[in-house]
Design a protein around this ligand. Structure first.
Ligand code: SF4
Length: 186
């Protein structure tokens, strides 16, 4: 019997407009071996057993959110779970028309050298690649944290979209938590 793939998911936000075009669900897979100095999400460096969730459950969560145009996948480092991520995105593509934006610390050249990571790209519309480099941090390009990173349009879905402008930060406060989304201003 084949075991259904599961993903270590550290966090998710059903709806935000800070992590890509339009309103999107944001997923934060856990685990990252790259450990960039100054990373915004060091609490996601290590996977925890209780974070393991089946791909089908994550899919149901995303599908339960109304009026979003896509999902953004941040991290942690999503491509360090390339197999489960690919399974998830394949199902997402079959069952929805949601767009996919992926943020990774690996460069495009590094991704293309590894078959499992490269195979995920067929499901991605927009990719932001490269390590976060604190010395090059910047908020002047939308969705980009440091000047070495690049934004790639891998399909024609957002070819007409203007990705210009600067970054934003959002603060969310409710009874249980205080959360910072987007790009903390240097
Ligand atoms: S790749 Fe991303 S999640 Fe990993 S350390 Fe760098 S900035 Fe943080």
């Amino acid at each position: 019997m084949e075991i259904a793939p599961s993903l270590y998911l550290g966090d998710w936000i059903p709806r935000t407009d800070l992590e890509g075009p339009g309103q999107r669900a944001a997923l934060f897979p856990a685990g990252c071996s790259l450990r960039c100095s100054g990373c915004c999400n060091p609490h996601l460096f290590t996977k925890k057993t209780q974070q393991l969730i089946s791909v089908s459950e994550i899919l149901q969560r995303v599908k339960s959110v109304s009026d979003i145009e896509g999902i953004s996948i941040l991290g942690g480092e999503p491509l360090e779970q390339a197999h489960a991520l690919g399974e998830f995105l394949s199902s997402l593509r079959q069952e929805t028309d949601l767009s996919v934006m992926l943020y990774t610390g690996y460069t495009m050249a590094e991704i293309k050298r590894e078959e499992d990571k490269a195979s995920v790209l067929e499901f991605v519309d927009v990719l932001v690649d490269g390590r976060y480099q604190e010395a090059l941090k910047s908020s002047r390009r939308r969705y980009i944290g440091s000047d070495n990173q690049k934004l790639w349009l891998l399909t024609d879905r957002y070819m007409a979209k203007d990705f210009g402008g600067s970054n934003f930060t959002e603060f969310r406060l409710n009874k249980r938590e205080f959360r910072i989304l987007g790009y903390p201003i240097p």
